[in-house]
Design a protein. Structure first.
Length: 386
DNA sequence: TCCACCGGGGTCTGCCATTACG
DNA sequence: CGTAATGGCAGACCCCGGTGGA
C-alpha cells in the first residue's frame, strides 16, 4: 500500500517536527555536557517547571546513547523507563544481536519502544521461542520487531501468548494461517486472550443470529479473509455491519451472504471511512442514473468497492467511462475496479491504439494479470483486425 | 487453446486514553 | 501516586494465476 506508506511518512515527519519543536529549548549538546547539566540542576530542583531529566537514571542514559538510541524519542514515548534504577539494555542488546539484529535495528527498537529494556533474558528467550513456533527463521522475527517493536514487547505475559496460539489453532487456523496472521497483524498475539475471544464470539453470534449453518467455522473464515479483524474493536465491526444492513436494507440472508463472502474484508475499515465511501459511491451512481437496486447489487457482488476512497473511485470510473465503457458493463464486471488507476489508464491507452471495441469484445480483458494482458496484446498486435 | 470465474495473497504502526497494579 | 498493561483509533488497494468448460 503505497498510499499508506506515504501517509505514514508524512505522519512521522510531522512527529519528528513536533518533537524537535517541543524540545527546542534544549540545545543540541554532547552526552557529557548533557550529564553535567543533569548533575548541576539536580540540587536546585525547586518547584518551578523543570525538564524531566533530573530524576532520570544517568548511567542508563549513557548506555542508551552508546547504543545509538534516540533518547529524545524514548523519553517522549515512555518517560518512566528512563527513571528506572535497573534495566536490561545490555542483555536485550546481546540477545537481539544473537538473533542477527543489527546495531541500528536494536537502537530503533529501543527508541520506539523503550520498555523493551525492562524485559529479562529468560522472558525474551521464552517469548522468542513461542514466536519461533510460528516462524521458521530468526530473521523473520527480527524484521517484524524492526517494523513493529511494540507488538513483541508491549506485554510481558508469555502465558497469554501461549493461550492465544492455542486458541487461534482451536479455531481451525493452520500453521500457514498463523504465519500470515503473525506477519501481518502481530498485535493480535499481544491482545489479551479475552479480547480475542470477545471478537470471535461476537462473530459467531452475529453469524448464528443471521441463520448461518456452521458458526464455529465462521470466525476462522473471517480471520483468514481479514487478518486485521482481531486488532479491531467489536464496536467498530458491529457499527459497520449495522450501517451496511440499514443503508442497503439487507435481509438476513443477504447480509449473511455478504459476510460469508468478500464482505469480511471491509469490516475493519473505520466507521467514518466506510460511511464516507458509501455515501460517495451512492451519489456517483445516482448521478450516473443508476437505481438503488444497482447499488445494492454492486456492493453485494463486490463489497471491496467500499474499500476504495472517493477520489480514487471517481477517477477510476472517469477513466473507464471516458474510455468507452458503460456503467452497465462495470456493474457486470466490477472487478475491473480492483486494478490501480495507473494500470487501468495504461491498458485503456494500449487498447485504444488498437481500436479495441469494448462494446463488441467486452471488458474482461481489463481483469487479468499483467502477464496475461501482455500475452493478449501480443496476439492482438499480430492480427489487429480480430 | 482460450478465457471467464473465482479465490487467494501482499499488506499494517505508532500513538493516545484508560484501566490495572504496586 | 507513578508506571505497566491493555484497548482502540486513523490511515485508505492492488495484483496473480489455477481451473474447468467451451
Amino acid at each position: 500500500m503505497a498510499a499508506v506508506a506515504a501517509v505514514r511518512a508524512l505522519l512521522s515527519l510531522h512527529q519528528s517536527v513536533t518533537l524537535q519543536h517541543s524540545f527546542g529549548h534544549i540545545p543540541a549538546q554532547s552526552p557529557s555536557t548533557f550529564l553535567l547539566r543533569v548533575f548541576c540542576s539536580a540540587p536546585i530542583d525547586g518547584n518551578e517547571l523543570k525538564p524531566p531529566v533530573d530524576t532520570e537514571n544517568v548511567s542508563l542514559l549513557e548506555n542508551l546513547n552508546l547504543l545509538g538510541v534516540d533518547v529524545k524519542m524514548a523519553r517522549l514515548r515512555q518517560p518512566g523507563v528512563l527513571r528506572k534504577a535497573s534495566t536490561n539494555e545490555q542483555g536485550l542488546t546481546r540477545f537481539l544481536q544473537g538473533k542477527g539484529a543489527s546495531r541500528k535495528v536494536i537502537a530503533g527498537i529501543i527508541s520506539r519502544y523503550p520498555r523493551a529494556i525492562t524485559r529479562s533474558i529468560d522472558h525474551l528467550a521464552q517469548r522468542w521461542d513461542l514466536w519461533r513456533d510460528i516462524f521458521q527463521k530468526d530473521e523473520e522475527i527480527v524484521s517484524i520487531l524492526d517494523r513493529s517493536p511494540e507488538s513483541f514487547f508491549r506485554t510481558s505475559d508469555n502465558g497469554n501468548l501461549k493461550k492465544n496460539i492455542a486458541f487461534l489453532t482451536s479455531l481451525g487456523l493452520n500453521a500457514k494461517d498463523l504465519h500470515r496472521l503473525l506477519t501481518t497483524a502481530p498485535r493480535t498475539f499481544s491482545n489479551s486472550l479475552a479480547l480475542n475471544k470477545q471478537m470471535v464470539e461476537f462473530l459467531e453470534d452475529i453469524y448464528a443470529k443471521l441463520g448461518g449453518n456452521n458458526p464455529e467455522q465462521f470466525p476462522r473464515f473471517v480471520i483468514s479473509r481479514n487478518l486485521y479483524i482481531l486488532i479491531r474493536s467489536t464496536k467498530r465491526v458491529k457499527t459497520n455491519i449495522d450501517m451496511l444492513r440499514a443503508s442497503l436494507q439487507l435481509r438476513d440472508s443477504e447480509l449473511l451472504a455478504l459476510l460469508e463472502g468478500s464482505g469480511a474484508e471491509i469490516l475493519d475499515l473505520s466507521n467514518e471511512y466506510l460511511k464516507r465511501n458509501f455515501k460517495s459511491l451512492n451519489q456517483r451512481m445516482a448521478s450516473l442514473g443508476c437505481r438503488k437496486a444497482d447499488l445494492k447489487k454492486l456492493i453485494l457482488s463486490y463489497p471491496i468497492v467500499l474499500y476504495i476512497g472517493p477520489d480514487t473511485l471517481n477517477t477510476k470510473l472517469d477513466c473507464l467511462l471516458s474510455g468507452g465503457i458503460t456503467m452497465k458493463q462495470i456493474l457486470e464486471k466490477p472487478k475491473v475496479l480492483d486494478y490501480s488507476t495507473q494500470n487501468i489508464t495504461g491498458r485503456l491507452g494500449e487498447l485504444q491504439r488498437l481500436g479495441y471495441d469494448f462494446q463488441k469484445s467486452g471488458i474482461n480483458i481489463l481483469d487479468s494479470s499483467r502477464k496475461r494482458f501482455d500475452a493478449k496484446m501480443g496476439k492482438l498486435n499480430a492480427s489487429p483486425d480480430d
